[in-house]
Design a protein around this ligand. Structure first.
Ligand code: ZN
Length: 267
């Protein structure tokens, strides 16, 4: 194990490890993650079938936890039957969140109104089982915040929680989310040249979590390649630099944030 991370476990809060790009070397990918002291990897599902596959993987590899839901890219797949099948999975002990859900406005895979409805149904599901949500936004942060605000007002439980993953918003939006009980997380984009998120990273002073969004968004110096959880160390290093803290501090603070949100045991 890389000795500088010994005693300072890291959590990759977002890695699509059921992507077929991992079929050939899955165990190696897990071993490399463990080598850099990653303690937990959360796999967000995109639909029912990927939820099943993710849960099978989590049965085999103790490092894995799973989020279940219908990704906004797949919002057209939403039906009562599909949703019921997803809900029926919830008793599984490896499920830690509802996700990946949200709003995708950059690509036109599904009409906005449909996406908003599907998003709201998942928020209700998360509330019913007291689970956090993993939220995807693209060109849609303000709309997603609005839906959560309205839902929080209507829902009697004010402790709804979740994460806006791969957060591309500004400090004001991040602060608004914090007040609503939501976290944000950062992937390898923080390492990209002139990354627009660095200012917010600095201002948020570790009130966020780490993720890789594997197999996408590989950090520099691996940009363009297949991404995997072990590459989180490049993101960690860059954030330490930007926040003027040690890598161990960043690991500790982000891991604590993730363990609280997803109710993960650290030992
Ligand atoms: Zn994702």
């Amino acid at each position: 194990m890389n000795s500088i991370y010994k005693g300072h476990p890291i959590i990759d809060t977002h890695a699509h490890l059921c992507d077929e790009q991992f079929n050939l070397d899955f165990t190696d990918v897990i071993n490399r993650a463990e080598d850099v002291n990653i303690k937990t990897i959360i796999i967000p599902s995109t639909d029912y079938l990927s939820a099943i596959k993710s849960l099978e993987l989590a049965e085999k590899y103790k490092i894995l936890k799973v989020a279940i839901g219908i990704h906004p890219h797949e919002a057209k797949q939403f039906s009562e039957q599909e949703f019921e099948k997803i809900e029926n999975l919830i008793p599984n002990k490896n499920i830690v969140a509802i996700g990946e859900i949200g709003l995708e406005y950059y690509y036109d895979f599904a009409p906005k109104d449909l996406q908003k409805n599907v998003f709201l149904e998942h928020l209700k599901l998360a509330k019913k089982y007291n689970l956090p949500t993993i939220i995807h936004t693209r060109d849609s942060i303000d709309d997603a915040i609005k839906i959560i605000e309205e839902f929080s007002l209507n829902a009697d439980d004010k402790n709804l929680k979740g994460v806006f993953h791969c957060f591309g918003g500004n400090f004001e939006q991040a602060t608004k989310l914090e007040k609503l009980g939501y976290m944000i997380s950062y992937p390898g984009i923080v390492t990209f040249k002139n990354s627009p998120v660095l200012e917010t990273v600095k201002q948020m002073d570790c009130k966020f979590m780490l993720e890789t969004d594997s197999p996408y968004l590989a950090p520099i110096p691996l940009r363009g390649k297949r991404n995997e959880p072990a590459n989180i160390i490049h993101t960690l290093k860059k954030i330490a630099e930007v926040c003027n803290k040690t890598e161990n501090q960043i690991a500790d603070e982000t891991t604590l944030n993730a363990s609280k949100l997803f109710n993960l045991k650290l030992n």
